[in-house]
Write a protein that binds this ligand. Sequence first.
Ligand code: ATP
Length: 233
Amino acid sequence: MNPESRRHVTGNRARAAPRRRIGLLGGTFDPIHAGHLALGHAAREALRLDELRFVPTGQSWQKTGSGVDAAVRLELVRLAVGATPGFAVDDREVRRAGPSYTIDTLIELRAELGPEPALVLVLGSDQLRNLATWHRYRELLQYAHIAATRRGAHPLNDLEPRVEALLAGHGREALPDAPSGAIVWFTMAPVPVSATALRARLARGERPAELLPAAVLDYIERHRLYRAGAASP
Ligand code: ATP
């Protein structure tokens, strides 16, 4: 990068480069699908993220397993992300033993990246509505912002009181110039798909090519994943 582009010179004073913004999109990705990728693109653009990291869950404490190993879900995420500019895959939750708690991931990332960059947890509204069930949910905002978008039938209003309380204290119109602490909304064009519905279609032997990246569908078919009675490779 041209060093000049990292500095805004005001008179004689040089101001440091804009704060880096790193988005984190966690999920079981069982399997990763077009809705996840659209969410990643929309978040990157709307929130002006320098980078969006997909963070597949290792051992989900909220969802029951489909029979597909975490290592395979991770491989599918890697195939879907490929070399997409601005997208990356973070495999720490798959490598970590025990239940995958987002708070642990944020603490680790903050220790690695230092206090400066903004971390932005990207969520669909189904997850935001659930937030008060997350482990140590109140502490998440000490380490990251939260950015949520509407997903299908899960409205962003009428939230449960503990989530409303968090919003009352932290809701903002836009991301502030700070490393963490705000809750903001962004919009995306709806992509009506869920991993649950996709698994059901795959189990019936369907080929939902419009909803899965080609490399992901190819891997699923070659390894006969999500077929009724199928096991992980
Ligand atoms: P399931 O069917 O098991 O609920 P899922 O499709 O919701 O799975 P997850 O891996 O749980 O997939 O989702 C990860 C994140 O992506 C969550 O924040 C979720 O809200 C969001 N997300 C998933 N599908 C969509 C979609 N179609 N549009 C917008 N956001 C989505």
